[in-house]
Every structure is written in structure tokens, then in C-alpha cells.
Design a protein around this ligand. Structure first.
Ligand code: NDP
Ligand code: MG
Length: 387
């Protein structure tokens, strides 16, 4: 039988993207050769029994111990610790799909590149933190990095309509999140429960809050700039509530090419695994007459200042995007843990810490990224302690 999909080493299997990857695998026969996750050993056990990977790694050591006991009756090897996630990249398997959330995804991204495996990348944080290093190493190793993120998947597809020298602008679409159209004053009343209600996509909690602040879109601007080698000046964002157009490329003749589909991450996952080839997938067909109309608005950067902060951070460069990322991740974690109550305090904390550490724009390389990450988290912790 002709091989339809590559075999996959799946990192972050117990999260939203991981689960949808396994749904796709079940429906299409994708072979999963290894699984990696954080601490959800219960779900990891179920997944291991269903997909029979050779190895199952848990970043959390206690979770790994538990999983080892649970899988003792199988021949699946269980490995433990953060390094065990990166180590999976060197095992058997055609492609690494990195769906680990947050900064923990950077080391596995670098490991996949080092192992010379094509990388299907959901972990946009790798590119926000260290985009230059990641893309340089990928070029040196001749490794293909295919985005899973829906906007970047769309752009990758629309880039086939012209040459690099003919690109005028990348146009990222954004759903606008649950607080679209609200004023700064209204946003001040918003709390965690409100922020977790996303209108069109069902995702992990961190990225759902980032969608509400538009920080996610800001990160995606940085991600797009590194992936496609286009500067921030040539990237713009448009609010598109229906999430049917996933992004567009405008060419020098003012022709705009868009990619449309029903919002379903399984399509993006499948495309990242097989591109530039297309395979039969599981995503339902788009019926535009049922949708009726598509709407577009300018983002309100006054009420959602983190979007423009991302553009400024990208332009300043160096390790500053790593500061922005770490400041946001630490602040959002505090919001999810109830240590920050007001939604607008996320924006204020992230802006203050990024402004204070602006000097990181003059520092380059992986060491600077790690230093920026540590320093930003320390500042966030201090600010929260002070109240
Ligand atoms: P989730 O929070 O749902 O899942 C995160 C996954 O990462 C879980 O499997 C978790 O394991 C695992 N994990 C966390 N820490 C570690 C660690 N230290 N080592 C190994 N695994 C770890 O996130 P999503 O699936 O929503 O997002 C995953 C990535 O994809 C993010 O980078 C996000 O930005 C990106 N993305 C997501 C989209 C979506 O629609 N969800 C869309 C576009 C991009 P456990 O639960 O076992 O602790
Ligand atoms: Mg996206």
C-alpha cells in the first residue's frame, strides 16, 4: 500500500493539538512511533495503549513513575524528565510534531532540527523566543519547518501563488477573541471565566487567554516574520470574526490570495505533515452559502495594546521577543492560578516588564534568550508579590 502520511513522533500528545493529531492518526492510519507529554499520565496511558508507540516520555518525573507502573504489562518503554522529551526526536519516526505548550517547547524544537527530522511546529513560542536561531539552524541542517498554526499554514499555502520578491504584505486574520469590540473600561471588569470562552476555536487555556488579549496574534506576527523571512513592516492583522479565511498574502500587483476552510486544526496538522502534497483528511467541506457573509475590522490596539507591543518588540529585535514571551507566559500562568484577578492586569504587567527590560534588544543568541527569559519571569514574580 502507498504510504499516505509520514510516521510521527508526537510531543505534547495530551494537549489540544496532541489530541487532535491522534484523532487524525486514528482516522487516516498515521503511525505514531513515540509520544511525549508533561504530567497527564492518565491520558498518556490511554494514548499509549491505543497507538502502541515504542517509547512514551513524561517531562514530570512522578508522572513517569506512575506511567511506568501502569504500562508494565506492555513493551512500551517509559522515559522521564524534560530531556526525555527532546530525546524522542532522535528515535525512529519520519517527522516530529511539536505540540508542547510554552517555553518548554524550545528544546524539543532544537532537538528535532539537530536530529535532521522535518518539523511540524505547533509550538510558536520556539519562534517567538529564538526565531533567528531556530530558522538559522534549520537552514544549516536542511530541515523543513512546517507550521501547524492555522494562519501560518494558510500563508504557506498562499505563498505558492507568487515569488518571494513579489510579496507585498502578509495579512494575518484574527478572530478578535471573546472581548472583541469592548472598551478599555469594559475590559477592566473581565475575569478568568470570561477570558476562557473563545468564540471559534477550542484550545489549551494559555493560548485561549492569549487570544483574548491579542497577544497570541502578536506572537503570530513574530512567528510569521521568522518563518517566511518577511519584516514586521510588511505584516498586518485584520479581525475576521468568522475564522473562515485563515490568512492571506498580498502581492505587488495588489492581488490578494487567501486560504479558506472550516476552522479545524486537524486540517492544519495534516497539511504540516504532508505539504506540499495534499491528502484526504477528516475536515468537513466548507459551505460558503451556509456562512453567508464574511466580515473584517481593524484591530483596536488601544484596548488591546499587546498586539502593537509585539510589532515594536519584533522591530527592536535581539532577545527582546524572548522577554515579551516570558513576561506574558508568567503573567498568564499567574492569571490562570488566580494570583492576578483582573484581565487588564495582564496587559499592564507584560508592558511594564517588557519596557523595563528593553535593553535585551541589544543582546543576541541562545544564551541571551535564556537570560531574558529568566529575568522577565523574576520581574513578573516581583510585581505580583508587590501587588
Ligand atoms: P495544551 O495546553 O492543550 O497542551 C500542552 C501540551 O504540552 C500537553 O500535552 C502538556 O502535557 C504538554 N507539556 C506541557 N509542558 C511540557 C513539558 N515541559 N514537556 C513536555 N510536554 C509538556 O496546549 P495546546 O495543545 O493548545 O497548544 C500546544 C502548542 O500549540 C502551543 O505552543 C500553542 O501555542 C500551539 N497552538 C495551539 C493551537 C490550538 O488550537 N490549540 C493553535 C495554534 C497553535 P500535560 O498536559 O501532560 O502536562
Ligand atoms: Mg493561530
Amino acid at each position: 500500500m502507498k504510504k499516505e502520511y509520514p510516521s510521527v513522533i508526537l510531543l505534547g500528545s495530551t494537549g489540544s493539538i496532541g489530541i487532535q493529531t491522534l484523532e487524525l492518526a486514528e482516522a487516516t492510519g498515521i503511525k505514531i512511533t513515540a509520544l511525549g507529554a508533561g504530567k497527564n499520565w492518565k491520558l498518556a496511558e490511554e494514548q499509549a495503549r491505543r497507538f502502541h508507540p515504542a517509547v512514551c516520555a513524561m517531562a514530570d518525573e512522578d508522572a513517569a513513575d506512575e506511567l511506568k507502573v501502569r504500562l508494565a504489562d506492555t513493551d512500551i518503554k517509559v522515559t522521564a524528565g524534560k530531556e526525555s522529551i527532546s530525546a524522542l526526536a532522535y528515535l525512529e519516526g519520519d517527522t516530529v510534531l511539536n505540540a508542547v505548550s510554552g517555553s518548554a517547547g524550545l528544546a524539543p524544537t532544537l532537538a528535532a532540527i539537530d536530529a535532521g527530522k522535518p518539523l511540524a511546529l505547533a509550538n510558536k513560542e520556539s519562534l517567538v523566543m529564538a526565531g533567528e536561531t531556530v530558522m538559522r539552524r534549520a537552514r544549516e541542517k536542511g530541515v523543513r519547518v512546517s507550521p501547524v498554526d492555522s494562519e501560518h499554514s494558510a500563508i504557506m499555502q498562499t505563498l505558492r501563488a507568487g515569488k518571494k520578491s513579489e510579496i507585498k504584505r502578509l495579512i494575518l486574520t484574527a478572530s478578535g477573541g471573546p472581548f472583541f469590540g469592548m472598551t478599555k473600561k469594559q475590559l477592566r471588569e473581565k475575569r478568568l471565566g470570561d477570558a476562557l470562552a473563545h468564540p471559534t476555536w477550542s484550545m489549551g487555556k494559555g493560548i485561549t487567554v492569549d487570544s483574548a488579549t491579542l497577544m497570541n496574534k502578536g506572537f503570530e506576527v513574530i512567528e510569521a516574520s521568522h518563518l517566511f523571512g518577511v519584516p514586521g513592516e510588511n505584516i498586518s492583522v485584520v479581525i475576521h470574526r468568522e475564522s473562515i479565511i485563515h490568512s492571506m498574502t498580498e502581492y505587488i500587483d495588489n492581488s490578494v490570495i487567501a486560504q479558506l476552510s472550516v476552522p479545524d486544526m486537524r486540517l492544519c496538522i495534516a497539511h504540516a505533515l504532508t505539504c506540499p502534497t495534499r491528502k484526504m483528511g477528516v475536515t468537513p467541506q466548507l459551505d460558503l452559502t451556509e456562512i453567508g457573509k464574511l466580515t473584517f475590522y481593524k484591530p483596536d490596539t488601544d484596548a488591546f495594546p499587546l498586539l502593537s507591543l509585539a510589532f515594536r518588540t519584533l522591530k527592536a529585535g535581539g532577545a527582546l521577543p524572548a522577554v515579551l514571551h516570558a513576561a506574558n507566559e508568567a503573567t498568564v500562568n499567574a492569571f490562570l492560578d488566580g494570583k492576578i484577578i483582573r484581565f487588564t492586569d495582564i496587559q499592564e504587567t507584560v508592558m511594564k516588564v517588557t519596557d523595563d527590560l528593553w535593553y535585551f534588544s541589544g543582546e543576541k543568541g541562545l544564551d541571551a534568550v535564556l537570560k531574558a527569559d529568566t529575568e522577565a519571569r523574576r520581574r513578573v514574580a516581583d510585581l505580583i508579590k508587590k501587588g
